[in-house]
Design a protein around this ligand. Structure first.
Ligand code: ATP
Ligand code: MG
Length: 324
């Protein structure tokens, strides 16, 4: 390793050290989730049915040859990918992905442009269904239920697994109506006002917008718009929040607010975040998955292991900025 590389690793270790000292313990129990077509229609989102019992020991084995380096299995998995492939027409964007995402906390997905991070994120709540040429093979379990089974309703699934995109995309509606939107669509319109306030509070936006809830969401700054989108995503109380580079278009102050928010949310939700910012991944995540070219997941482990002592030379080269 060059001196420069060692310096970079030392700086990352320092960041990680302080982060891991301050991290809050994760909540132990989770409700089981029903996302079948029936649940989608009747909007009964939570059940204790046998079919959807969490399978902490893993829904499917991961054969040694298919595993990425590191420790891709966790005891408290809420999401489990097994031999997951995604194709866009003839192009293979993800190649035999095997990994678990633990309940609560933050899992970061990192890797160079085009390696399939957004594709993987979208496969978790079946957003790839909306892309005509996309095809998914393999298995992806949410609380032990394969979300690609025929009886899973993607709309019900997306109520449990919300998403925030890179570019803030508020609806051309008032701030209040943006946050209330999902609640109203789901018919959860009792106590809307209280729920909207709570979501804006959890998204650390309430102080800035309390007196202008009737103004358009589009009149907010970029960072405020992104927090509004996060408020919208959490208003309906999902279990998992997927975030695709949520701070990449923001200035350092707004970025830092989003990072604080992600850490707060992770006490309650499972957060999966794509980022190109190594320091950000090191600061805010508990687990890190490193994807490299060709849609391969090369290594998955505790964030401190990935940044302090990765097993793969290619991963070390990537996180120290030698390529990508
Ligand atoms: N809608 C699509 N149609 C066809 N090909 C696509 C589509 N979306 C992504 N791809 C291809 O799939 C591969 C993975 O893309 P993806 O967007 O998942 O990468 P990424 O890791 O998120 O990249 P970035 O860091 O630039 O956002 C790329 O080769 C990309 O060109
Ligand atoms: Mg992307």
């Amino acid at each position: 390793m060059t001196d420069e590389t060692i310096g970079q690793l030392d700086r990352l270790k320092h960041t990680i050290g302080s982060r891991f000292e301050t991290r809050n313990p994760l909540r132990a129990n989770a409700e089981t989730t029903d996302m079948t077509a029936e649940a989608g229609q009747s909007d009964v989102a939570v059940s204790e049915s046998e079919e959807t019992q969490p399978t902490s020991s893993g829904s499917a084995e991961m054969s040694a040859s298919d595993r990425p380096l590191g420790t891709p299995r966790v005891d408290d998995a809420v999401i489990e990918a097994r031999d997951l492939d995604v194709f866009y027409g003839d192009t293979q964007a993800l190649n035999e992905i095997n990994m678990d995402i633990p309940e609560q906390g933050v899992t970061a997905l990192i890797g160079p442009s085009g390696c399939g991070k957004s594709t993987f994120l979208r496969s978790i709540n079946r957003m790839n269904d909306l892309i005509d040429v996309a095809r998914v093979e393999g298995d992806l379990y949410f609380h032990g239920k394969n979300i690609y089974d025929k009886d899973v309703d993607p709309v019900a699934l997306r109520r449990k697994i919300g998403m925030v995109f890179q570019k803030p995309n508020p609806f051309p509606k008032s701030i209040f109506d943006n946050v209330a939107y999902g609640l109203r669509v789901q018919g959860k319109d009792d106590d809307v006002e209280e729920k909207v306030h709570q979501a804006l509070e959890r998204a650390a936006l309430i102080d800035e917008v309390e007196d202008q809830l009737d103004s358009s969401g589009l009149d907010l700054s970029g960072g405020q718009q992104q927090r509004l989108c996060i408020a919208r995503a959490i208003a309906t109380d999902p279990e998992v929040v997927l975030m695709d580079e949520p701070a990449s278009a923001l200035d350092p102050v707004a970025t830092s607010k989003i990072e604080d928010l992600v850490e707060e949310l992770a006490e309650e939700y499972t957060v999966v975040i794509v980022t190109h910012n190594m320091q950000q991944a090191a600061r805010i995540s508990d687990k890190t998955a490193v994807f490299l070219t060709g849609g391969h997941l090369v290594e998955f482990d505790d964030t401190n292991k990935i940044f302090e002592n990765p097993q793969s030379d290619r991963v070390e080269d990537y996180i120290t900025g030698k390529f990508g």
